[in-house]
Design a protein around this ligand. Structure first.
Ligand SMILES: NC(=O)c1ccc[n+]([C@@H]2O[C@H](COP(=O)([O-])OP(=O)(O)OC[C@H]3O[C@@H](n4cnc5c(N)ncnc54)[C@H](OP(=O)(O)O)[C@@H]3O)[C@@H](O)[C@H]2O)c1
Length: 312
C-alpha cells in the first residue's frame, strides 16, 4: 500500500515538474526564437492598420511596424494626435500613412464598421492590430457609474470583434489570390489570468478579447492568417501613469517590440518581465494557492491600485 502511494506521489511530482519545465521552455522559445513581423513575411509595401495608434502601446506598435517597412493606417479619435504620429512615421521612417478619425465608443453599428473598412478598400492590408481599449479607474463596483461600464464594454469588446469581422474576408482573399500571409494582433491583458477586484469590467472585457482571439486562432489555422494574442502586464502609458522604473512595469516600446517578434506564437506577454510575471501568476498563485487566499490577494491589490493618469 505504502509503495503504491509513494509511486503515485512520485508520478504526480514528475508530472508537475514536467508541466512547469514545459511552460519555461515555451517562454524561452517565445522570447528568443519567435517569428518576427517583417515585410518579407507579410508583403513588401503592404499596409498595417492599428486601432488606438496615437498613444501608448498602439502608438509604439505603429511606429515599430513603420520601422520594419509597413505603411500605416491609423484609427483613433483625435485628429491632432493622428497627425503628429503620421508626421513621425513619414519623416523618420519614410513610410506612407492614412489617418482615420473614428470613435469606437460612439460609432457602434455594423454599418459604421463596414464604412470604416471601405476607407481602406484600395490598400494591400497585411497586418491588423486590434489595440484600442480603455480602463476606468479602479473602484469598488458599488461606487461606480453604469455609463462607465457601458463605455468600457463597448470600447474594449466591440472593436476587436466587429473590426475583425469586417476585415477578415479581405485578408483571406489576399491569401487565396496572392498566397500572401497576413497577421491579426489582438491586445488582451495579463490581468485575464487572475480575477481583478475593483477592475471587474476591465478584467471581464479583456477576457472577452482574450478568448475571442484565441478561439479564432484555432479556427483560422490554414487560412494564411497568423492570429496572435498580446497579453501585457503593467505598461507605462498615459492612461495608467505607471512609472517604467518600477518593478514589473515596462515601456510601450519594449512591449511593442516583444509582441512584433512573436508573429506565430499563440500568445505572448511581450517582454521578459511579463512572461516571468505570468509564470508566477499561473504556477504559484493559480496552481498552488487556495482560492480563498487568491481572493484576498486580489482584493488587497485592487484596494491599493491607483492610476496616476497623465494628460496625453
Ligand atoms: N497600459 C497597460 O498597462 C495595459 C496593460 C494590459 C493591456 N493593455 C491594453 O493595451 C491597449 C492599449 O492600452 P494603452 O495603455 O496603450 O492605452 P492609451 O495609452 O490610453 O491609448 C489608447 C489609444 O486608443 C485611442 N482610443 C481610446 N478610446 C478610443 C475610442 N473610443 N475610439 C477610438 N480610439 C480610441 C486613443 O487615442 P484618442 O484618444 O486620440 O482616440 C489612444 O490612441 C488596450 O487595449 C489596453 O487594454 C494596456
Amino acid at each position: 500500500m505504502i509503495d503504491c502511494l509513494e509511486l503515485l506521489a512520485f508520478t504526480i511530482g514528475i508530472l508537475i515538474f514536467l508541466r512547469q519545465f514545459w511552460r519555461i521552455l515555451v517562454v524561452i522559445s517565445r522570447l528568443y526564437f519567435g517569428t518576427k513581423v517583417t515585410t518579407q513575411r507579410y508583403g513588401e509595401n503592404s499596409w498595417a492598420i492599428v486601432t488606438g495608434s496615437t498613444d501608448g502601446i498602439g502608438k509604439r506598435i505603429a511606429i515599430e511596424l513603420a520601422k520594419r517597412g509597413f505603411n500605416i493606417v491609423q484609427i483613433a479619435r483625435n485628429p491632432e494626435k493622428l497627425q503628429a504620429v503620421s508626421q513621425e512615421i513619414q519623416q523618420k521612417h519614410n513610410r506612407q500613412t492614412r489617418d482615420i478619425v473614428f470613435d469606437f465608443g460612439k460609432d457602434v453599428t455594423f454599418k459604421s464598421y463596414q464604412d470604416l473598412i471601405q476607407r481602406v478598400a484600395d490598400l494591400d492590408v497585411s497586418v491588423v492590430v486590434n489595440n484600442v481599449g480603455m480602463c476606468n479607474d479602479p473602484n469598488k463596483f458599488e461606487n461606480t457609474l453604469p455609463k462607465d461600464h457601458l463605455n468600457e464594454c463597448i470600447v474594449n469588446c466591440y472593436p476587436m470583434v466587429m473590426f475583425t469581422k469586417v476585415v477578415i474576408d479581405k485578408l483571406k482573399q489576399r491569401y487565396a489570390e496572392k498566397k500572401l500571409r497576413t497577421l491579426i494582433l489582438n491586445v488582451s491583458s495579463l490581468a485575464v489570468n487572475i480575477p481583478q477586484s475593483y477592475l471587474a469590467s476591465q478584467c471581464g472585457t479583456k477576457m472577452l478579447c482574450d478568448r475571442f482571439s484565441k478561439s479564432l486562432n484555432y479556427e483560422m489555422r490554414g487560412s494564411g492568417i497568423d492570429m496572435l494574442t498580446l497579453q501585457p502586464g503593467m505598461v507605462s502609458t498615459n492612461r495608467t501613469g505607471f512609472e517604467a522604473t518600477k518593478q514589473g512595469v515596462v515601456t510601450p516600446e519594449q512591449c511593442a517590440v516583444g509582441a512584433l517578434n512573436n508573429a506565430t506564437s499563440f500568445e505572448t506577454f511581450g517582454t521578459f518581465s511579463h512572461e516571468i510575471m505570468n509564470l508566477f501568476v499561473l504556477n504559484l498563485i493559480m496552481d498552488f494557492i487556495p482560492w480563498k487566499y487568491v481572493m484576498i490577494i486580489s482584493r488587497k491589490i485592487g484596494e491599493n491600485l491607483v492610476f496616476k493618469r497623465k494628460q496625453a
